[in-house]
Design a protein around this ligand. Structure first.
Ligand SMILES: NC(=O)c1ccc[n+]([C@@H]2O[C@H](COP(=O)([O-])OP(=O)(O)OC[C@H]3O[C@@H](n4cnc5c(N)ncnc54)[C@H](OP(=O)(O)O)[C@@H]3O)[C@@H](O)[C@H]2O)c1
Length: 266
């Protein structure tokens, strides 16, 4: 399917690995020009296409505006914003054991990384999207926003706010050509899960198992995933790319779930 993304300018956060890397890869393959935002370049060096990496820490309130400025400087404007960066803020590991394990500072860091970085990037991008007659914003949330989990109470609550915000933005700016949608992944096989000390190791410690067993068997079973396996990052990226594309011109204020059948509610 031709997504009509050739030459469009996309800003993707959390782009150096995991879902953001897959999104960047897919958008570049579709001919988009991409400004990739993350602290390190990670695996971006292996990608072909019109790509600029901007090294920014999204815990810095000034970073989102710099990301948009970088896109305008490099490519003359912005058409697509993918707020993908999120998950555990620097220094925090998820899942936790309990709600009681998160202090105020942990909650504040969670809000800063998962909500304020989105708020600030959208605020900086909107004038530029409007200048091009509109565009597409895709925010990455999580199924835990709908299926609350005590082991990640702060994370789920903040991502629920992202869902709410996405809908509000779609209402306010839809008439001016800006579409805003959310993609909610379930458990995705990214470094968040696979890295040493990552989610798989934490679950392995709690369950008396090992990383590989958690990734291949235990996590899909614990989460009752219909497909019986974790989601691959490119499977999330394909949905993001569709929402970035003008092919989804009548889709706004929507949430797309990519979770291997984890959510059971209608
Ligand atoms: N993986 C899952 O199972 C899952 C499930 C549901 C939702 N999600 C959501 O999907 C999104 C991506 O998750 P992922 O699993 O792909 O994450 P990941 O593998 O941990 O990658 C995180 C990305 O964010 C960047 N990043 C981290 N801290 C940053 C900071 N302070 N400033 C700028 N960039 C930063 C990292 O690059 P640097 O380290 O180079 O900065 C990396 O590119 C998140 O919003 C997450 O909540 C993931």
């Amino acid at each position: 399917m031709e997504l009509n993304l050739i030459g469009r300018v996309a800003v993707v956060t959390g782009a150096s690995k995991g879902i953001g890397l897959a999104v960047t890869h897919t958008l570049l393959a579709e001919g988009a020009r991409v400004v990739a935002v993350s602290r390190t370049a990670g695996d971006l060096a292996g990608l072909a296409g019109d790509l600029r990496h901007v090294a920014l820490d999204l815990m810095d309130p000034a970073a989102p505006e710099r990301a948009i400025e970088a896109a305008v400087d490099a490519f003359g404007g912005v058409d697509v914003v993918v707020n993908n960066a999120g998950g555990p803020p620097p220094g925090i590991r998820l899942p936790r054991g309990s709600f009681l394990d998160a202090a105020d500072a942990d909650w504040q860091a969670m809000v800063e990384f998962n909500l304020f970085s989105v708020v600030r990037l959208v605020r900086a991008a909107i004038p530029h999207l409007l200048a091009r007659g509109g565009g597409s914003i895709v925010n990455v949330a999580t199924t835990l926003a709908r299926q609350p989990a005590p082991m990640s109470a702060d994370y789920g609550a903040v991502k629920a706010a992202v869902l709410n915000l996405s809908k509000v933005l779609s209402e306010e700016f839809g008439g001016q050509g800006i579409r805003v949608n959310t993609v909610s992944p379930g458990a995705v096989r990214t470094p968040w899960w696979t890295d040493a000390g990552g989610a798989a190791d934490r679950i392995a410690d709690m369950a008396g198992s090992d990383r590989d067993t958690v990734l291949t068997t235990l996590a899909p079973r614990m989460m009752n995933m219909v497909t019986g396996r974790l989601v691959e990052p490119r499977e999330v990226a394909d949905v993001v790319a569709f929402l970035a594309s003008p092919l989804s011109a009548s889709t706004t204020g929507a949430e797309f779930v990519v979770d291997g059948g984890f959510l059971k509610s209608l």
